[in-house]
Write a protein of this length. Structure first.
Lengths: 229, 289
């Protein structure tokens, strides 16, 4: 589903955000992306949803080659992905329902199917009763659930979550994380960038650790190597 | 499509003052262009009447045989620039002079000998009435041996020419200046809308809305404002036209308004102005959202 091959990313000021990063993510995986801020987690995320292009190497996501992606193909790639962020990115002047429906409206979904699809994902994230609420009337955890519902409404193959629990208290964090696990259990690939190491240690999911733009640890590869020894 | 129109119309509600401002700027720019256009249209209509009378008169030497004149007349009427040629005999010239120059009627009546020469009057075809062509044909007429003198309203023709060119030029320059202002104002309005909606646009991008889907409403908004501006300018032009026509004490009662085709052209021009403004702005600012 995701294939990073010797990926480099240099910023215009010359700083190297990524140095020779290689990893694969297969169908059905849940992957943690960890590291300090500035280690390159966000850059990897931006490459994954076509916000940026690699300076070297190849990035493949769900059949698209991001290195050579045309501007017209970026929307197509994004319709196969769901993306959530630390700051939720909801429209304050729209209700939860309208925020989710927005993702369908602007991608040209058939109008008569929108209401049902919105209800389905809101139910999936446990907010079927709060569809009419505005973001300011919802808790942080609930707002993030709306954002996740919006990310899911187009049935993405991959869900990208960039610090999704960064603004949440412990209880909300657990709830959102459980939701992401449920989504992964349904077959969706989940890539979650986080620096919440407690969360990472609680689970057995694959972990990729970044430091200063380099991949320094990949639990899959390193454990396989350890076993081989 | 429904969503597109809704989004485009929403901007009028979001920023009513700016929307009114951009519509009126377009209207005013087109109004100015339109007024000059009206002057040009009317001037041209007036000139056409004058132009049709542009002619060359070639006076014929006394004693030229009638056959020579008849053959020459045929030759001249075969010139590509010439629409028709008429022969005015000495007697006819005298008759015309008596009829037209009433002050001298008595003098002409008492004449024993006719002092007026016979002449050939040459009328030019439409599109060949400019100064250069008229002078060229006159020169060619001088080449006939029996022709004594050639007269034509050279200065008249030249003045008509330059007046028409000047009107066109002034209209064009002022029109362009106002069009530029209109494009800038539309651009600023759209820029403000884009900044106002930056968050919405970035989310649209994130969930995979196509570029055209994001641009569509802004372009439609610009085109709509152009359309409204064009319509408003026609209303203003018509008001101006009626005002001039009815307050001229009858001297301008023959004033004409635009043809339907010309009105459509003004509206189309308005739409293009609106589109140009929004395209420039969308191209420059949408990228940074």
């Amino acid at each position: 589903m995701i294939r990073f091959s010797s990926v480099y990313k240099a910023y215009p000021n010359g700083a190297m955000a990524l140095k020779d990063v290689t990893f694969h993510v297969s169908k059905g995986e849940f992957v943690f992306l960890t590291g300090h801020s500035g280690a390159g987690k966000s850059t990897i995320m931006k490459l994954l949803f076509g916000e940026q292009r690699p300076s070297g190497g190849e990035v493949r996501v769900s059949g698209y080659n991001v290195s050579t992606l045309k501007a017209d193909d970026v929307p197509r790639l994004r319709r196969r992905l769901g993306v959530v962020f630390q700051d939720f990115r909801l429209l304050e002047d729209r209700t939860a329902e309208e925020n989710v429906a927005f993702a369908l409206e602007v991608t040209g979904a058939r109008t008569d199917t929108i209401a049902a699809r919105v209800m389905r994902v809101l139910t999936q994230v446990g907010l079927s009763a709060k569809g009419r609420a505005y973001p300011r009337e919802l808790s942080g955890g609930e707002q993030q659930r709306v954002a996740i519902a919006r990310a899911l409404v187009n049935d993405p193959a991959i869900l990208l979550a960039d610090e999704p629990t960064g603004n949440l208290d412990e209880r909300a964090t657990r709830g959102v994380f459980q939701l992401l696990r449920d989504i992964n259990n349904g077959g969706t690939v989940v890539v979650m960038a986080t620096h919440d190491l407690d969360l990472v240690r609680q689970t057995v999911y694959r972990t990729i650790e970044m430091r200063d733009g380099s991949l320094v640890y990949d639990s899959d590869v390193d454990e396989a190597a350890a076993e081989a020894r | 499509m429904k969503l597109l129109t809704r989004e485009a119309l929403l901007s009028f509600r979001r920023a009513p003052l700016l929307s009114v401002l951009s519509v009126t700027t377009i209207a005013f720019s087109l109004f100015t262009v339109g007024l000059f256009g009206l002057v040009a249209v009317n001037l041209r209509a007036a000139l056409r009447g004058i132009e049709e009378r542009v002619e060359i008169v070639a006076y014929i030497l006394r004693g030229t045989p009638a056959e020579t004149i008849a053959i020459a007349t045929q030759d001249i009427s075969a010139f590509p620039e010439v629409s028709d040629v008429s022969y005015v005999s000495e007697e006819e010239a005298l008759r015309q002079a008596r009829a037209e120059l009433i002050e001298f009627r008595d003098a002409y009546r008492d004449l024993q000998v006719n002092p007026l020469p016979a002449s050939i009057e040459v009328r030019m075809k439409d599109g060949h009435r400019d100064a250069a062509t008229v002078a060229r044909v006159a020169q060619r007429l001088r080449g006939f041996g029996f022709i004594d003198d050639v007269r034509f309203g050279r200065e008249w023709v030249q003045k008509l020419d330059s007046l028409r060119n000047l009107t066109g030029l002034v209209g064009l320059v002022i029109g362009l200046a106002f069009a530029a202002v209109a494009v800038v104002i539309i651009g600023v309005t759209i820029r403000l809308t884009i900044l106002q909606r930056a968050r919405e646009i970035s989310i649209m991008r994130l969930v995979g809305a196509t570029n055209w889907f994001i641009r569509g409403p802004f372009l439609l908004e610009g085109a709509l404002k152009g359309l409204l501006g064009g319509l408003l300018s026609l209303v203003l032009c018509y008001a101006g036209y009626v005002l001039f026509r009815d307050n001229s004490g009858g001297t301008l009662s023959g004033l004409i308004f635009f043809q339907p085709m010309q009105m459509v052209l003004i509206i189309v021009f308005g739409i293009l102005l609106g589109l140009a403004g929004s395209m420039v702005s969308v191209g420059r600012h949408l990228r940074h959202v």
